[in-house]
Design a protein around this ligand. Structure first.
Ligand SMILES: [Zn+2]
Length: 424
């Protein structure tokens, strides 16, 4: 099959005017000017017309479990209050509700042109019952705050369910809900099975207060649940995390000057709360990890400014995610890109689009398979209307509708106009 469009945005070089992509089975076989592609390849021609053809989008951090909580929790006074509020909502949900919620979330993500998702679930036992309509990395979200002596058992149980998934990883939830033992166990398994890990880190001011000062609403809330609080009152969340994963390093180590440092298997969500000493540690660190920013969830919580420029300058791979609908209004990565632009108007639109294509592909270790239109990559493509303005990247980010045409693993899918209106 040959797919022609007004502009092919490959994310692998300049956009191609009057471009085309040849697809063979589930792979991209060729990409270039329409005339050249037609001369070199046989097959049916699909002319998309006045459209931009681009790689399917990748959501680097989401919890489809909570799709059904859209609009249910208004912003709270504190982060601890929000945790209480979501726990109250969760108490009313059954496994059947979660299955419906996850299915609805998948359908919505796809309507918005997402073809790959890193999805965290607190219910890995449901995974075998779900047939994911888009490429999914399933991360089991693990919490042992009420049973720290059962860390090993909790991990093993989750892995049993995860095995039915094609791509999976582990998520010790956060420093305040997962023990050192749980983090260490997940690291061991990542080394042994070559899987990815993700966690929530340094998200709120209250998390900083809890670990650094042993005070504040989150500290008080967790103390009241019986959590041992002896890890609080000295280090920042980031310093604590680097210690837990054995990457704290020596403070006397000279600052590394090389730029290309190897990446750990960690995809870290948030990192809003970092202080000067944290940036010093990151500068000295011999390794890097991937970072996910969720602009609209960040706005909802009114977190401190995300230190995008500093993290980028230190060579971190920065991706965007929607987080869950318990703190966001829909699963559109286009809306996420627009929210990011509002926060950081100086960042070029092309770089913003990289944060939902090539960057998350790299975080998922799929840089040669996903996130760009290149020979040999998976045929995951989307198309959106394009009027031929000067900046096709700006036009893509401004797109507010549902995506009508999707090619997923080489198979053409159309979202109906009805579906397009469903989730505004
Ligand atoms: Zn999250």
């Amino acid at each position: 099959m040959i797919i022609r469009a007004r502009t092919v945005v490959t994310m692998d070089g300049a956009p191609i005017e009057n471009g085309a992509v040849a697809v063979s089975k589930n792979q991209i076989a060729d990409v270039g000017k329409f005339d050249e592609i037609r001369a070199r390849n046989a097959g049916e021609i699909v002319d998309l017309g006045e459209q931009a053809l681009l790689p399917g989008l990748i959501n680097a951090h989401c919890h489809l479990d909570y799709t059904c909580l859209r609009g249910k929790i208004p912003p709270q006074k504190s982060f601890a209050d929000w945790i209480r509020a979501i726990n109250t909502e969760k108490a009313n949900l059954s496994p059947k509700d979660y299955l419906a919620s996850i299915d609805d979330g998948f359908a919505e993500a796809k309507r918005f042109g997402t073809t790959t998702i890193a999805n965290l679930t607190a219910f890995p036992e449901l995974i075998p019952k779900i047939s994911a309509p888009i490429r999914t990395w399933w991360f089991a979200e693990l919490i042992d705050v009420r049973a720290p002596d059962r860390a090993g058992e909790i991990v093993e149980l989750a892995i049993e369910s995860l095995k039915s998934a094609h791509n999976w990883g582990l998520t010790p939830h956060a420093l305040f809900t997962a023990s050192k033992k749980l983090y260490r166990r997940c690291e061991e398994i990542a080394r042994r099975n070559d899987i990815l890990l993700t966690t929530h880190l340094a998200e709120s001011q209250e998390e900083m207060e809890m670990f650094h000062d042993a005070s504040g609403p989150l500290y008080e809330f967790l103390k009241s649940t019986g959590r041992p609080m002896n890890d609080c009152g000295s280090k920042t969340p980031l310093a604590r995390f680097l210690d837990l994963i054995g990457r704290g390093g020596s403070p006397n180590r000279p600052r590394a000057i090389e730029v290309n440092r190897p990446y750990l298997p960690w995809i870290v969500a948030h990192l809003n709360e970092l202080i000067e000493s944290d940036f010093d540690s990151l500068e000295r660190s011999e390794t890097r990890f991937h970072v996910v920013h969720s602009p609209r969830s960040h706005d909802y919580f009114k977190h401190s400014r995300f230190p995008f420029e500093k993290l980028r300058a230190l060579g971190f791979n920065i991706c965007l995610g929607t987080d869950s609908l318990a703190s966001n209004e829909n699963l559109s990565l286009f809306a996420e890109m627009r929210a990011f632009q509002k926060e950081f108007p100086g960042v070029p639109p092309e770089e913003v689009l990289q944060m939902v294509t090539v960057n998350p592909a790299r975080a998922l270790r799929q840089e040669n398979a996903l996130g760009r239109i290149r020979r040999g990559c998976r045929a995951d493509l989307i198309s959106i209307p394009c009027s031929g303005t000067d900046d096709v990247f700006a036009e893509i980010i401004a797109f507010e509708e549902a995506v009508d045409w999707i090619l997923l693993n080489g198979k053409e899918k159309r979202n109906t106009p009805h579906a397009a209106k469903l989730s505004k």
